[in-house]
Structures are given as structure tokens and as C-alpha cells.
Design a binder for this molecule. Structure first.
Ligand SMILES: NC(=O)C1=CN([C@@H]2O[C@H](COP(=O)(O)OP(=O)(O)OC[C@H]3O[C@@H](n4cnc5c(N)ncnc54)[C@H](OP(=O)(O)O)[C@@H]3O)[C@@H](O)[C@H]2O)[C@@H](O)CC1
Ligand SMILES: Nc1ncnc2c1ncn2[C@@H]1O[C@H](COP(=O)(O)OP(=O)(O)O)[C@@H](O)[C@H]1O
Length: 280
């Protein structure tokens, strides 16, 4: 199996700039079910990243206090249910504490035949999906997910051979797997496989993964036409999200004299990254 390093040139193909005929809906609407009273920040970060990654609209659904936090950061967000072209589900949700209402909303999203990004507390929903799906675990989450599906593996084993375990998970679960780390692996059940090597280790900061989810959600929504024609595009969108995430973090850190960054700094750099990709 060959793992190819995903590049800026590859990523540029998946940026969809708005055309004169576009409106906010045709550009792609992302539905987001993330965050909880315990982790409101995850919702704020993912929604912010999706907006900054160029989505036409974000529809956010979550607990009332979390909705308020999302709107305080990004009043452009719509909190009324409606049609979406992609879903981002699970960041900042504790899978052991999902309410009856949340469970229903998650099932509705997974049954809607719209492509899904499954993160963190939504990972266990894999298998109930009805459209192309990408999961975004870190090593511990991947080990837990596989073990729950009777493929016994420890976190240490995943860390020793992340490529093999990511590929195994893609095959077993029938989804694209984006396994996060200093080197992020992206692989699908057909063995299309890419790596993205992080250009800065300052990326390892709380909420950084929530930002990645927002970027990937935005790419899924804005590429809805290509995805509907060819589901295998999802693997390339996932690799592009990881690349943009790393590049935005690099720019943020460089602007701070190569110093530390916080997760929102990554989101703030996304428009510049997208502009540079379009200028290639
Ligand atoms: N702002 C927000 O809202 C944010 C929200 N976030 C959301 O949080 C949710 C949980 O995601 P996660 O990946 O952080 O936790 P999880 O997979 O449960 O693993 C826990 C493991 O960590 C370890 N551990 C804990 N403390 C440690 C320490 N000091 N030093 C060393 N180890 C330590 C602990 O080990 P133990 O203490 O058990 O030995 C356990 O193994 C998720 O929904 C995410 O979206 C995050 O994105 C952050 C920003
Ligand atoms: N040592 C590292 N160097 C570079 N990037 C890293 C490193 N460790 C983690 N990352 C990246 O940081 C992000 C962390 O995501 P995640 O583990 O979900 O954290 P959180 O839940 O706090 O958002 C991922 O995109 C991962 O690829």
C-alpha cells in the first residue's frame, strides 16, 4: 500500500470559489451538531473554522447555552433546522451522556443521506451512516472504536503502526479514516491513502482537532456537487482539510515569531491559506 504526501497543489483542486451564479445555499450549507454544556468551546471552534473555511452557511444545533456561545462568537450562524449539504457531528459531545433529544438529532443527521464528518463523541455512530462518511479519531479514539467493534487493539499498538490500523479501520467500518497525529493518515476502504505531515508541532493544542472538523465539514459542504457525482472524492477532501489545518497553524505560529498558538488562531489564518491556494 502506498501512502502519498498530500501537497498544496493537491489541495488547491478542492477549493470551490463562489461564482456569479452562486448564493449562500448553492455554495453549500453545513449542519453542525457538536458541543455540550461540558464542552461548549468545541462547538464554537468548529463553527468558526467552518465559516473561515468558506462555507455558504452554517446551521448549528445544540443545547441553548452552547447556541448562545456559538452566536456570540459568530452571529452569522443560523440555529433553525433546515436543508444541509454536509454534517459535522460529535466534537465536544460525551458519548456516555447523550440526551434523548440529542440522540434523535444525531440519528436524523445520520439517516439523511448527506455526507458526514464524525468526530469525538459521534464516532460510535459509524455504521448507521447512509451517505459517504469520514471519521476523525486520534489514536486513543481509534483504539476504542475498533475494540468496541471486536477488533481488539491497544492505544500503544495504534501508535506503533498507525498506517496499518487506519487502513484496517477504513476496511472494517466502510468509511474514510483520518487518523490525527503529528503525521495525519487519511485512507479509505479502496486503499486510497495519503499522509499530511504537520509543519508545526504547536498544532498540538486543545481544540485544534475541533478546528480540523470545521474545516473538513466546510470542504464537504462546498464540494457537495463533486461528492454527489463521486463519493471517493471524500478521501481527498479529508487530506485537503488536514493540509489546510497544518498550513494555517504554520502561518499563525510564524506570525507569532514561531511561538505558540491557540486553536482560534488557526481558524483566523484560513482565509489567507485559501487565498493562496486559489492564486496558484
Ligand atoms: N474547548 C473545548 O471545548 C474542547 C473540547 N474538546 C473535546 O473534549 C472531548 C474529549 O476529547 P479528548 O481527546 O481530549 O479526550 P479523551 O479522548 O476522552 O481522552 C482523555 C485522555 O486524556 C488523558 N489525559 C487527561 N488529562 C491528562 C493529563 N493532564 N496528562 C496526561 N493525560 C491526560 C486521559 O488519561 P487518564 O487521565 O485517564 O490517564 C485520557 O486517556 C472531545 O469531545 C473533544 O472534542 C477538546 O477538543 C479540547 C477542547
Ligand atoms: N505532535 C504534534 N504535532 C503536530 N500536530 C499534532 C501533534 N499532535 C497532535 N497534532 C494535531 O493536533 C490536532 C489535535 O486534535 P485532537 O486530538 O482532536 O485534539 P482536541 O480534542 O484538543 O481538539 C490534530 O489535528 C492532530 O493531527
Amino acid at each position: 500500500m502506498t501512502w502519498r504526501e498530500w501537497t498544496a497543489e493537491d489541495s488547491a483542486e478542492w477549493i470551490v470559489p463562489p461564482s456569479p451564479e452562486d448564493d449562500k445555499y448553492s455554495r453549500g450549507v453545513l449542519g453542525v451538531i457538536t458541543g455540550s454544556n461540558d464542552y461548549p468551546g468545541a462547538a464554537v471552534l468548529g463553527v468558526e473554522a467552518a465559516w473561515r473555511a468558506g462555507v455558504g452557511m452554517v446551521r448549528y444545533n445544540g443545547p441553548r447555552p452552547v447556541r448562545s456561545a456559538v452566536l456570540a462568537q459568530r452571529p452569522e450562524t443560523v440555529t433553525v433546522a433546515g436543508r444541509v449539504q454536509g454534517w459535522l457531528v460529535g466534537s465536544g459531545i460525551d458519548p456516555r451522556r447523550r440526551s434523548f433529544v440529542l440522540q434523535g438529532d444525531l440519528q436524523h443527521a445520520l439517516a439523511s443521506r448527506v455526507p458526514v464528518v464524525l468526530d469525538a463523541g459521534g464516532l460510535d455512530l459509524v455504521g448507521t451512516h447512509t451517505a459517504p462518511t469520514v471519521i476523525t479519531p486520534h489514536s486513543r479514539e481509534l483504539a476504542n472504536l475498533l475494540t468496541a467493534r471486536e477488533v481488539e487493539v491497544s492505544v500503544a499498538e495504534v501508535r506503533t503502526d498507525p498506517a496499518a490500523w487506519a487502513a484496517r479501520a477504513a476496511r472494517e467500518l466502510g468509511v474514510v479514516v483520518l487518523l490525527k497525529g503529528a503525521v495525519t493518515r487519511i485512507v479509505d476502504p479502496d486503499r486510497d491513502a495519503y499522509v499530511v505531515t504537520a509543519p508545526t508541532h504547536w498544532l498540538a493544542t486543545a481544540g485544534s482537532g475541533d478546528i480540523l472538523g470545521g474545516i473538513l465539514g466546510a470542504l464537504v459542504a462546498t464540494n457537495h456537487v463533486a461528492l454527489a457525482a463521486d463519493a471517493t472524492v471524500l478521501t481527498k477532501l479529508a487530506a485537503t482539510a488536514a493540509w489546510m489545518h497544518g498550513e494555517a497553524a504554520r502561518r499563525a505560529s510564524d506570525a507569532a515569531g514561531r511561538g505558540p498558538i491557540v486553536a482560534l488562531d488557526i481558524a483566523a489564518r484560513l482565509p489567507g491559506v485559501i487565498g493562496s491556494l486559489l492564486a496558484r
